[in-house]
Design a protein around this ligand. Structure first.
Ligand SMILES: [Zn+2]
Length: 109
C-alpha cells in the first residue's frame, strides 16, 4: 500500500526529460526514502510522533542532500526550517530547532 510517489507537476515534467535537473532527481530520492517499507503503522506513527518525523525526514534529506552536494548544488535551508515549523511538516520543530537540525543534516550529508 501507499506505493505511489507524489511530486509536483513541474518536477514530474523535468524528470521525464533526457537530462532532469539534479534538484528534481533529489526530490524523487527524498520521496523514495519515505516510500520505503511504508505501512499503515508507519504512516500513523509519522503523523503522531514528532521524533519519528524528525528521524524520517533526517533520512530523506540526507539522501537528497548527498545528491545535491555531488552536483555542487545549494539548498534553501532557511526556507525549509520555516516549513518544518508549519502544518506541512505537522509542526515538527520550532524554526530555531529546524534551522539547527537541517544545517546539521546538510553538513553531515
Ligand atoms: Zn520528507
Amino acid at each position: 500500500m501507499f506505493k505511489t510517489i507524489y511530486v509536483s507537476m513541474d518536477i514530474y515534467a523535468d524528470l521525464k526529460t533526457q537530462n532532469p535537473k539534479p534538484f528534481s532527481v533529489t526530490i524523487l530520492r527524498h520521496q523514495e526514502v519515505h516510500a520505503k517499507n511504508v505501512s499503515l503503522f508507519k504512516t500513523l506513527k509519522f503523523i503522531l510522533s514528532k521524533d519519528f518525523r524528525v528521524k524520517e525526514e533526517t533520512l530523506a534529506y540526507t539522501a537528497m542532500f548527498k545528491h545535491l552536494k555531488q552536483h555542487n548544488q545549494t539548498f534553501d535551508l532557511d526556507h525549509l526550517a520555516r516549513d518544518f515549523s508549519k502544518l506541512r511538516y505537522i509542526w515538527m520543530t520550532s524554526y530555531a530547532e529546524g534551522k539547527k537540525l537541517i544545517t546539521k543534516i546538510w553538513e553531515e550529508a
